[in-house]
Ligand binder design. Structure first.
Ligand SMILES: Nc1nc2c(ncn2[C@@H]2O[C@H](COP(=O)(O)OP(=O)(O)OP(=O)(O)O)[C@@H](O)[C@H]2O)c(=O)[nH]1
Ligand SMILES: [Zn+2]
Length: 342
């Protein structure tokens, strides 16, 4: 009888030297019967997954070893999938991720960790005043987005307190899409509608510094957030979502939207204000600026594009690209070197 899967080579055994004579199967069980789930939040080893339309609490199966399971992951899950109280399923597989977003290392935790998988958009929420916008922080978020292959979206809040134009001027050369919101538009619902248009059918991570109005906005976007969070809490047994883990919230369908432009996900990231950028490869980063790429042909090998020999200066001086674009690239490259709270 074959125990695992259906591939003939799966019964191969390998003897590990130095570990006695205990044979070890070289290939893990495949769990082809596992249900598919999406990770909604992770709270100290307790993983809440959406399986069909149920919230199921699960733990990582031992066979996953050190492999992390993060919000947005598509997983294979086995065991009790009823979603009933006090049940615990097992995650046996993590599907290949289409994108990963890493949180910055901090004092409590020196490692840069993946916090969200499979997102395709990063909404950078910034107040136009109270608190003042922090362009360097925006730059860091943009670098993280470009590097992770996420489309950035600027959400500029509190337009009732200050105009958006000065900030938009800085980001215009980058061509980053933006939405501007204000208190009155939030109350009237038009702000949420405009933001929602940008979110339909996508998985969008929301980041923002404390006080910028991120919670106000997310609540407006996901009116039944309380209920959605409640489902999670009923499972984790907490009164409130108090962890710093990200939390995936389903967006209501946009009425009349075509298939593929419906629903979507908002991933809220409490306590996450910036991203680890040390892994970002400067030579690769220029790929986020396709118009500048041909100009790098004459660069020295492994050019960071922010050094005296960089060929881009001459290329731009020769009129091949907008100098503002090179300036923006350099500014973002510099953001990589700075500390989070600069
Ligand atoms: N004037 C003005 N105030 C706003 C607007 N949006 C939110 N606020 C206020 O800004 C304050 C902060 O909003 P929150 O939504 O709590 O901000 P947050 O980004 O979630 O901040 P934390 O909860 O600290 O993470 C609240 O007092 C809101 O009422 C806006 O468009 N205009
Ligand atoms: Zn260069």
């Amino acid at each position: 009888m074959r125990r695992y899967g259906k591939h003939p080579d799966e019964d191969d055994v390998r003897i590990r030297p130095g570990k006695g004579s205990r044979p070890r199967t070289s290939i893990r069980p495949k769990h082809e019967d596992a249900a598919e789930g999406m990770v909604l939040t992770v709270d100290r080893g307790r993983i809440t997954c959406l399986v069909d339309d149920r919230s199921v609490t699960a733990m990582k199966a031992r066979e996953l070893g050190r492999k992390s399971v993060v919000v947005g992951d598509r997983v294979g899950i086995v065991g009790d999938l009823s979603g009933a109280k006090d049940t615990l399923a097992r995650i046996v597989r993590v599907e290949k991720r289409s994108s990963v977003l890493r949180r910055t290392a901090d004092d409590d935790d020196p490692y840069e960790r993946v916090i969200v998988a499979n997102a395709d958009q990063l909404a950078i929420v910034t107040a136009l005043a109270d608190p003042e916008p922090r362009p360097r922080l925006i730059d860091r978020c943009l670098v993280a987005a470009f590097d992770a292959g996420l489309d950035p979206l600027l959400v500029l809040t509190k337009a009732d307190l200050a105009p958006a134009a000065p900030l938009l001027e800085t980001y215009e050369p980058l061509g980053v899409p933006y939405v501007v919101t204000s208190r009155a538009e939030l109350a009237g619902g038009s702000a949420a509608d405009r933001v929602r248009e940008r979110l339909a059918g996508r998985i969008t991570v929301f980041v923002g510094h404390s006080g910028v109005g991120k919670t106000t906005l997310v609540n407006a976007l996901v009116p039944d957030r309380a209920r959605a969070t409640g489902v999670v809490n009923a499972v984790t047994g907490r009164g409130r979502h108090t962890t710093t883990s990200a939390l995936a919230l389903p967006l209501p369908d946009t009425p009349g939207a075509p298939d593929g432009r419906r629903g979507g996900w908002v991933i809220d990231t409490p306590g996450v204000r910036s991203f680890g950028l040390h892994h970002v490869n400067p030579s690769q980063f220029v790929l986020a600026f396709p118009d500048l790429v041909p100009g790098t042909e004459r660069c020295p090998r492994a050019c960071s594009h922010d050094e005296p020999d960089c060929a881009l200066d001459q290329w731009v001086a020769d009129g091949h690209a907008d100098p503002q674009r090179l300036y923006s690239l350099r500014r973002l490259l510099a953001a990589r070197e700075r500390r989070e709270e600069d």
